[in-house]
Ligand binder design. Structure first.
Ligand SMILES: Nc1ncnc2c1ncn2[C@@H]1O[C@H](COP(=O)(O)OP(=O)(O)OP(=O)(O)O)[C@@H](O)[C@H]1O
Length: 225
């Protein structure tokens, strides 16, 4: 089954001189459930624009996105907001941890926002263990390395058990070893929690780790592996 289906996605921006500019020129893709999907391409190729549309952060100018059986274009704003809050987790390149909260509190904050109904304490401990940070649970962000902070951000993104995680250049600010660590963690999450992950990268070394890889150039998909 597909977790995400996109058909004919176009995204037009109006640039400085008033001319329309198509950052996406008609994207079709299918992302299967429970897989790690990678969108790869050079800077400016349209990866972030596409990820934002697939994750309902932005709207396509034309085309259709279906997440499971929800057609995003047919959903009212509050419904889309609910989908984002409960069913989706986000990870960004610049780690957005709250600096005055420790790792445990950051994950807890995410769970509260998503109105998680289970036992929060045991879930926080479980996800921090899953990302290998049991011993750093009460460290503040500024007491952790960039890679560790990103792992807390991933723990926070998965804690409320979303169906899909969108990650924009999650390894972009990390050294090679920490980047590979994050990828390994993503693969584990896919295998153990059955989550679907869609991430962007321009790092050629990471591509082979994806279950499906879409290559984007100038707003079009030019290859799939
Ligand atoms: N809000 C906007 N207004 C005008 N043009 C935009 C806007 N957002 C993106 N673009 C343009 O759309 C194209 C695709 O941008 P996008 O950020 O999706 O690329 P990317 O592949 O994610 O690049 P990077 O790897 O550098 O993040 C670029 O040419 C960019 O300048």
């Amino acid at each position: 089954m597909n977790m995400i289906t996109a058909r004919g996605i176009k995204r037009c921006f109006t640039v400085g001189n008033g001319e329309p500019f198509y950052a996406l020129k008609g994207i079709d893709l299918d992302i299967p459930e429970g897989k790690l999907a990678i969108l790869k391409g050079r800077s400016g190729s349209g990866k972030t624009t596409l990820l934002n549309i697939l994750s309902a952060l932005d709207e396509a100018t034309e085309g259709q996105v279906i997440i499971e059986d929800h057609d995003l274009s047919e959903m009212a704003v509050p419904e889309r907001e609910k989908l984002r809050r409960y069913d989706i987790g986000f990870v960004f390149q610049s780690v957005a941890l709250i600096p005055i909260m420790n790792a445990y509190e950051n994950v807890d904050f995410g769970l509260r926002l998503a109105e998680y109904e289970g036992n929060r304490d045991s879930r926080i401990r479980e996800v921090l263990e899953m990302v290998g940070l049991s011993s750093r649970m009460f460290h503040m962000p500024n007491q952790m390395s960039g890679g560790e902070q990103q792992r807390v951000a991933i723990a926070r993104a998965v804690a409320h058990k979303p169906r899909v995680i969108f990650a924009d250049e999650p390894t972009g600010a990390l050294d090679t070893a920490s980047g590979l660590n994050v990828m390994k963690l993503f693969k584990d999450l896919v295998a153990k929690e059955g989550i679907t992950i869609v991430m962007t990268t321009h790092d050629p070394n990471l591509m082979e780790l994806g279950d499906v890889v879409f290559e984007i150039e100038d707003g079009e998909i030019i290859g799939k592996a």
